[in-house]
Design a protein. Structure first.
Length: 201
């Protein structure tokens, strides 16, 4: 505008370049300020539409993920009970928990369902996690073997390994958390019950 003005009128005595630069600075500051609080104000309309579409797609994915999280909703109560029976059979009769490398996927494959369905069956219908379930069975197996005189010659660690535990540290930690005492104290209490001290009349 100043350049056009100077074509027809006398040249103004000011430094026009400085004035123009100063005006650009003011413009940039204003646009930056607006951009901070309204990040989409400078976007073309088609980009705003893409952003909105992506937001809708993201919400749809979240909804679908929540729906997919309920793997057993399509099963009847009888079908869920049948899965519980299969699980009980695999753990109580076949004793799959004795396998120290047993995983959620291994157990799900043995039942004939996906691991997500098994995880939901345990968490939602049995109120227990996979690791707590398996450790419960292993601890009961350890206690059963400790109470059997046939295993008196075995060490506690030997009994733990035969019951499905992989290490001494994990065995001691899990056993104490489940029973409230160490394996050695539990074994001592069993031996004390078998051989009570004699009383003198």
């Amino acid at each position: 505008m100043f350049s056009i003005y100077e074509l027809y009128y006398p040249i103004v005595p000011w430094n026009i370049g400085t004035i123009i630069a100063f005006m650009f600075v003011i413009l940039y500051v204003y646009l930056g300020y607006k951009g901070i609080f309204q990040s989409r104000i400078l976007l073309p309309e088609f980009l705003n539409e893409v952003t909105l579409e992506n937001h809708v797609i993201s919400n749809d994915k979240q909804i679908k993920n929540q729906e997919h999280g309920r793997q057993l909703d399509g099963l009847s109560q009888d079908e869920i009970e049948e899965l519980k029976i299969k699980l009980d059979n695999l753990l109580n009769k076949k004793k799959l928990f004795l396998n120290d490398s047993l995983s959620l996927t291994d157990l799900a494959d043995a039942i004939g369902i996906g691991n997500k369905k098994l995880s939901e069956l345990l968490n939602q219908h049995l109120n227990i996690s996979f690791y707590n379930l398996i450790n419960d069975y292993r601890i009961e197996e350890v206690k059963h073997r400790m109470n059997s005189e046939e295993n008196d010659k075995l060490t506690l660690l030997g009994i733990a390994f035969e019951s499905g535990f992989q290490s001494k540290a994990s065995f001691n930690r899990v056993f104490k958390s489940k029973t409230g005492m160490s394996p050695s104290m539990y074994k001592y209490s069993i031996l004390k019950e078998r051989n009570p001290p004699s009383t003198i009349d």
